[in-house]
Design a protein around this ligand. Structure first.
Ligand code: ZN
Length: 451
């Protein structure tokens, strides 16, 4: 713990020009331990002249700076939307509102005039409909949720005609540690609204966009009410997906989905219970595969980094059959996906053969791909041999040997080319060389490159 005087920790010029309520980083005596750094540097860093002064100030700014926000002296006014108020009053009890929806409405109103503190609510009071006592129709007390910020907000509503609420801020000034982030918990209708947005947008992309939409002053204040953290967004997204399941049990839900009438866009093709797995492809995917595999490479790859491993299950892998986009620069197109925790030749062969059977069923004849590329794992190579060439890996190598030595028979030319990806070979070579020849690593890799 140490005490230090900090000045100009944020750029007052740029901030004052942005907001009606100016934010400034005035001189402050503070006591603080280490604070995390700001994630977006201030423009003042570039404006400062003198390298030494800049270095000293940046260090202070990163470690101990406090953002001081000047509160307006006069009470502020904000309007409550009539439809929001109507919704709230529909669920009132004698002297208060039911649930937490009222906190969302009031904090939304406060943000329109003072968006720099993230408020939590202590209590509220609603005047009884027939009461003759002289008190506001509605009043509540809120406090800033930032550590060591003492700001309190009193909100009162006097008249139903205008629905204009009065906001009085006390315990000035507001002080937030630079680097501190606070956002209101996402509850009630906010959760539903956010969940709907998350059906079409990834949590991280949404967070980045929302943070980018904040004004410079709000960004510096650390208030993230309008840009909740990615972890919260992920939870909301998961809750929404969970609520849309056909059954609370995941497997039973998948089984019910299988029984639904299928159409061109249905992707769920098979659900395996033990070991767990699902196979996914669509009719459109089959059409794309059938067109592309006759003239281009088909890729089969597995990745284990997309699903979090659970204690009760072995790790899940995603096997994917991918073709290149017909247009140059287009992203690759996955045509069939298999998610499973069973990483055996039998399991992957079953997946590929099920897909090949569906392709045959929809086109009336067998479609043999020109070339299949994989990372060189035995499981993948064996499965590709069985599914696309109807023979074992040893037999397929014998076919290639006959072709290479000029002794091929007619049927040998109907076998697809099984290609091992060079980047995977070199990656394996790198690991091998590092392990077995760490002293002569460069030489070992050189020999690999020429062999
Ligand atoms: Zn505050």
């Amino acid at each position: 713990m140490r005490t230090m005087s900090v000045s100009n920790s944020a750029d007052p010029r740029s901030l004052q020009s942005i907001d009606p309520v100016p934010i400034k980083a005035a001189k402050a005596e503070i006591t603080a331990s280490h604070r995390e750094t700001m994630d977006r540097p201030s423009n003042s860093d570039q404006a400062e002249s003198g390298q030494e002064a800049a270095n000293a100030r940046t260090a202070v700014y990163h470690e101990l700076a406090i953002i001081e926000i000047t509160l307006p002296l006069a009470p502020l006014q904000f309007s409550i939307e009539p439809k929001d108020w109507a919704k709230l009053t529909a669920k009132r009890h004698s002297t208060g509102f039911q649930g937490l929806e009222w906190t969302i409405v009031i904090s939304k109103g406060i943000r329109t005039v003072f968006p720099y503190c993230s408020f939590g609510f202590k209590r509220h009071h609603l005047k009884k409909p027939n009461s003759s006592r002289k008190r506001p129709l509605f009043s509540c007390l809120a406090y800033c949720r930032f550590e060591d910020c003492k700001v309190e907000a009193k909100v009162t509503l006097e008249s139903l005609n205008t629905l204009s609420a009065k906001l009085v801020l006390d315990n000035r000034p507001a002080r937030h540690y630079a680097g501190d982030r606070k956002s209101r918990p996402v509850r009630a209708s906010d959760r539903t609204t956010l969940g709907e947005r998350l059906q079409t947008e990834k949590p991280r992309a949404m967070h980045v966009r929302d943070v980018g939409a904040l004004s410079e002053a709000v960004f510096v204040s650390g208030c993230r009410d309008l840009a909740p953290p990615v972890s919260v967004l992920k939870n909301v997204s998961y809750d929404v997906r969970k609520s849309r399941r056909l059954h609370h049990n995941e497997i039973q839900s998948l089984e019910r989905m299988l029984k639904l009438p299928t159409n061109d866009t249905s992707v769920l093709k098979n659900v395996l219970l033990r070991p767990k797995g699902v196979m996914l492809w669509s009719l459109r995917g089959i059409q794309i595969y059938q067109e592309r595999c006759k003239e281009d490479i088909v890729y089969l790859d597995a990745t284990g980094s997309l699903l979090r491993s659970q204690k009760s299950n072995p790790p899940f892998y995603i096997y994917e059959l991918v073709v290149r986009h017909p247009k140059k620069g287009g992203s690759p197109l996955p045509v069939a996906t298999y998610i499973t925790c069973d990483h055996t030749t039998a399991s992957v062969t079953y997946f590929l053969m099920s897909f090949v059977t569906d392709v045959k069923r929809s086109h009336g004849h067998r479609v043999v791909p020109l070339m299949v590329m994989c990372d060189g794992s035995q499981v993948l190579m064996q499965s590709i041999s069985f599914a696309f060439a109807n023979r074992g890996l040893t037999d397929i190598l014998a076919v290639y040997f006959r072709i290479a030595t000029g002794k091929a028979v007619k049927t040998d030319w109907q076998v697809p080319v099984l290609h091992r990806c060079l980047s995977h070979i070199m990656k394996n070579a790198k690991e091998m060389c590092k392990k077995h020849a760490p002293q002569c690593y460069a030489l070992a890799m050189h020999i690999f490159g020429h062999s």
